[in-house]
Design a protein. Sequence first.
Length: 310
Amino acid sequence: MRRTTPRGPGSSRWSRALVTGASSGIGEAIARRLAADHVELVLVARRRERLREVGEELQRVSGRPVEVIAADLTEDADLLRVEARLSSSERPVDLLVNNAGGGHLSLFPGGTPEEETRSIRLNATAVVRLTAAVLPGMRERRSGTILNVSSGSGLQPSAYAAVYGASKAFVNSFSEAIREENRKYGVSVTVVCPGFTRTGLPARTGFDVSKVPRFLWMTADDVAAHALAAAARGRGLSVPGFPNKLGAAVAKHAPRRLVASFVARGTRGMLNEDREREVSAPEDRGRRNHGTTSPSRRIPSRISSSESEP
């Protein structure tokens, strides 16, 4: 496991950060960089044991207390516990990193209505509720930063990731809107839209990673470095990596229909064999999602989070 080398104390602009999806992937990479800057951490993720391991290691690295909250942000009771921590006036959080999220590749609908709704709750609803919990205190203190980790999929219509892309487009718009609302209170809001990141998530969501061009990949640590730098500089929407920036520019200025068609063809060409078979035979999935397939043959939920949980 890669160890984080501490820098000098006080080198960060933040004193205490809450990071969701912190047990692996981009969330863990962000937490590691904050620990290296001796930022006190509150780590949130579903996997209790893995979260505890990360927390203990980063406490040694930072020399600061590390809280861990094992929580599934799609469950109301767990979400309420994280909201309570964010709204507490004791040891307040001055950096909120909304990183947890996930989805799957499929021809919509790719799962049961409950599974699709769960994806929206993780990607969008949790972001709204945790942001709402932390904002009043930040406004009162007239300082604070919110960093939302979104996706390049939210910058254009994303065929075969329709719910995921749409939920991330919501995060982008929401972040930019509340950024303007809170500017006068000294609160900064940044949304980062990474592309392909070596976290293990792309393979689990349905990509054949061998088909993804090498120049499109970034490491989780590279994305984390970009995200924290963008947040520290008070950027609005930020896209890491030149290929991703170029793609974002094309998505913004090219005709919408052409962009949607191009993304659909590109995504279809990078699906793994299982996903390719599914999108090629939608009638089978349609019967499954309407309850006519036997439970023993029903494909389980493929919603996975950016903290690398299946």
